[in-house]
Design a protein around this ligand. Sequence first.
Ligand code: ARG
Length: 310
Amino acid sequence: MRPSKFVTCFLLYFLYTAPHLVQGIDPLSHELIQWREIRSSNGTKPSDFHYLVTGGYRPPVNDLVKYAVSIRFGDAKRFFGTNHMCGGSIISKRAILTAGHCMYSKRGMMIQARKLRVFAGTPRRLEEASTTQELRVKKVLPHPKYRPGKYRHDLGVLQLRDEVSPTEAAAIIPLADKATTPGQLCTVVGWGTVVQFGPSPDEAINGDLEVLPNSECTKLANFNPKGMICARNRDDSEVDSCQGDSGGPLISENKLIGVVSFGEGCGEKYSAGVYTDVYYYHDWIVENSAHLRLVSQVSLVLALLQPAWW
Ligand code: ARG
């Protein structure tokens, strides 16, 4: 056999066996391949999506994804959604709540509003739906005490140039009106990686968690009970938010209780995810959510005028 033919035969053999080699070496890829097979057959049930947020599931009807947005940087070079950067929550027609660290580049520079796009009403990251709304950003407003590279005060508001039209697929989530309690059940929603350093999903994934007491959270590095809460799934440590979920919602009883912030790895045993405590920052969030601010300014003016009317 001439060397070129030998090389061609070898390449063909390699290409034929490569997927099997991958399965042999990497049980996770094997799981993902299996998952794809399960998904393409009809009888899907949430428990089939174990590895998928990390360790999460896709409910048959996702009631929570309507509150979540995908924040994207610049134009998608080739494919819709490949520029997903962070999650966020719709907190008013003109305001998205996200993480402070989603507003800065790796070098610590604040990202310009015109470079960002917000996608609402899009349960699939990679496919534009008839319900998809693309919104431009007017102002990037990190919490004034947030410092890039640090963990505290990890929140910010994106004030929108375009209004979100509330629909069945895109809805405003009310902010938590009371402090969380240990054991409180909640769900994180996002398009973050399905395992640490793994791929990002197309459809949003939910992970069911419970809020832990501060006595447990303070064991985590960089946790501060003032302005942070932590959550994990008691029965399955693999359920956790992960890279790409940041800024996205942690929801309890249809109220926004947290913003995905940080963790040590994802889905690690004896660990938990850390979330910015929405209730702690309630007043700052309300004051900085465009139309709500207008409402509060109007009521202030009315309150000042009142004595003059008597
Ligand atoms: N910082 C991550 C992000 O930018 C979120 C990590 C959350 N980690 C965790 N183990 N819960 O997407």
